[in-house]
Design a protein around this ligand. Structure first.
Ligand code: UD1
Ligand code: MG
Length: 500
């Protein structure tokens, strides 16, 4: 049996989202590193439907370009001033090809945990049963706020009653007076026969508690015109939960993260020590037996190889980490860390940092636009900006790559297996050849040839008796005097024959 694919998926994303209490449109809030609407779009696109249409209105100037960036094939449909999910679906239909036939799915832009698999299952059930409409439903302990699935005596679906209309019906009595007690709810996700949807929407009015054109009214109309209307129930209610406010945003973000960590552990073989403090964006991959220690954020397009140790306490964004690397208490952004390299603790890798295989960036090091070769070491207290550091080079503690002259950024190259002594300043632009040395404490602003040592610091001079003359009466002077007395006394010299 072939898998049914929908002819089109409509994503409704035009609502105001007032309950978010935000200057940013609801669709553009993020969980797992993606906007809500991006989650919805990718689930829709994952069905491989030939058409995906998105209805927009609120903050169109921001939402529409974002939709186009996430899924360029998406058709953007503008909703006019007529409100309601029915109108939103109607506007999307207008953007789809006029001769479209088959199944069209409707989903929401604010339902981020819904999967392509659920949409495909809904399509399959709908087509196998030959339905005109199939509603994805769930049974909730607390159905407050949702549209209720109202069934007749023969238990077939008669209509969906919106919560507000159910409240009204309770006050006014009549056939729908018990609708509030129904715990089977409308998820807002449907499969429709496209012709039925088109003709039914033309008959939907705004005669209801909210004065909106309800998509839910299509069910009763489809039934009246002889179509089969049925439900498909989903157990995993997270998939149909929409984000209406910032509390739900946090809840859904946590659940999305938990689900992704489960996949990383079960399918990729990652070891997650504390899922509660490990946050991994939706696109992040982690290799087998890599240990994620507590307190980690892996963000954006980060990829982590196999057998690594990451954390505790790291934030890695758009960072690639090779197999067997170790990253401890570090912050990285647009960086590449080679296989078996080590980073941290307490280091900051800024964009353009590349650390070669087996290389080391140690403690309290900041790097930016720095290409650090295989096996090279930048172990302590260094700033390396706009640098090329050769294979096996060693940068001593406290070295500063002075890359900025106040006007321009300049580049520094340190050759293969060269050695920069501690507390040096490399004043860019500067080039240190392969196999060269820089003496500790140097300020280097000229080229160093291979094999040379550059010494660029004041010579040491010692002034005898200075402490006695200038610091007489201090403990320092007393210590100096005691030391020289000891040194002068022949009886205390027991060092004979032992090497210095
Ligand atoms: C809707 C359903 C309700 C269901 C619930 C599930 C209707 C009339 N009601 O109610 O039965 O239980 O979803 O969550 O359909 N939207 C537009 N244009 C509009 C209005 C809404 O595009 O004019 C979009 C919103 O951006 C959102 C979605 O449609 O993505 C749902 O809108 P919302 O106002 O949240 O509908 P509910 O009142 O929750
Ligand atoms: Mg809603």
């Amino acid at each position: 049996m072939s898998v049914s694919r929908p002819a089109a998926v409509i994503v409704l994303a035009a609502g105001d989202g007032t309950r978010m209490k935000s200057d940013l449109n609801k669709m553009l809030h993020r969980i797992g590193g993606r906007t809500l609407v991006a989650h919805a779009l990718l689930a829709a696109a994952g069905t491989q439907a030939p058409h995906v249409a998105v209805t927009v209105r609120a903050q169109r100037e921001r939402v529409a370009p974002h939709v186009a960036a996430v899924w360029p094939q998406a058709l953007i449909a503008d909703q006019d001033e007529i409100k309601g999910t029915g109108r939103a679906a109607e506007c999307a239909l207008d953007a789809l090809p006029g001769d479209l036939s088959g199944t069209v799915l409707v989903t929401y832009g604010d339902t981020p945990l819904l999967t392509s698999d659920t949409l495909l299952e809904l399509t399959q059930v709908h087509e196998d049963a030959g339905n005109a409409v199939t509603v994805l439903t769930a049974h909730l302990d607390d159905p407050t706020g949702y549209g209720r699935i109202f069934r007749g005596a023969d238990s077939t679906v008669q209509a969906i009653v919106e919560h507000k209309d159910a409240v009204k019906a309770r006050e006014e009595g009549g056939e729908l007076r018990d609708a509030l007690d129904i715990t089977e709810i409308n998820s807002g996700i449907y499969a429709f026969d496209v012709a039925v949807l088109r003709s039914s929407l033309a008959q939907v009015t705004t005669d209801n508690a909210q004065g909106e054109k309800y998509l839910t009214d299509v069910l009763a109309i489809a039934r009246r015109t002889g179509g089969r209307v049925d439900t498909h129930s989903i157990e995993d209610i997270w998939q149909i939960e929409g984000v209406n406010d910032k509390v739900q945003l946090a809840r859904m973000g946590k659940e999305l993260n938990r689900r992704h960590l489960d996949v990383l552990m079960r399918e990729s073989g990652a070891i997650v020590v504390d899922p509660d403090t490990t946050w991994v964006d939706a696109d992040v991959t982690v290799g087998r037996d890599t240990v994620l220690q507590p307190g980690i954020q892996l963000l954006g397009a980060t990829t982590i190889g196999a057998g690594c140790t990451i954390g505790p306490d790291c934030t890695l964004k758009d960072t690639e980490v090779g197999d067997g690397a170790s990253v401890v208490r570090a912050q990285t952004d647009l960086a590449t860390i080679g296989a078996h390299a080590s980073v941290g603790p307490f280091s900051y890798l800024r964009p353009g940092t590349t650390l070669g295989e087996g290389g080391k960036i140690g403690g309290f090091v900041e790097t930016k636009n720095a290409d650090i070769g295989p096996g090279a070491k930048v172990p302590h207290l260094t700033y390396a900006g706009d640098a090329t550091i050769g294979e096996g080079a060693n940068i001593g503690a406290g070295t500063i790559f002075a890359n900025y002259d106040g006007v321009e950024k300049n580049h520094t190259t340190v050759g293969n297996h060269s050695f920069v002594g501690s507390n040096s300043v490399l004043v860019a632009p500067v080039e240190i050849g392969d196999g060269a040395y820089v003496a500790a404490g140097s300020a280097i602003d000229g080229r160093v040839e291979p094999g040379q040592i550059a010494v660029a610091r004041g010579r040491q001079r010692n002034i005898d008796g200075w402490v006695a003359r200038r610091r007489a009466g201090t403990k320092t002077a007393a210590a100096a005097e005691a030391a020289s007395a000891e040194h002068d006394s022949p009886n205390t010299d027991d060092s004979e024959g032992t090497p210095a």
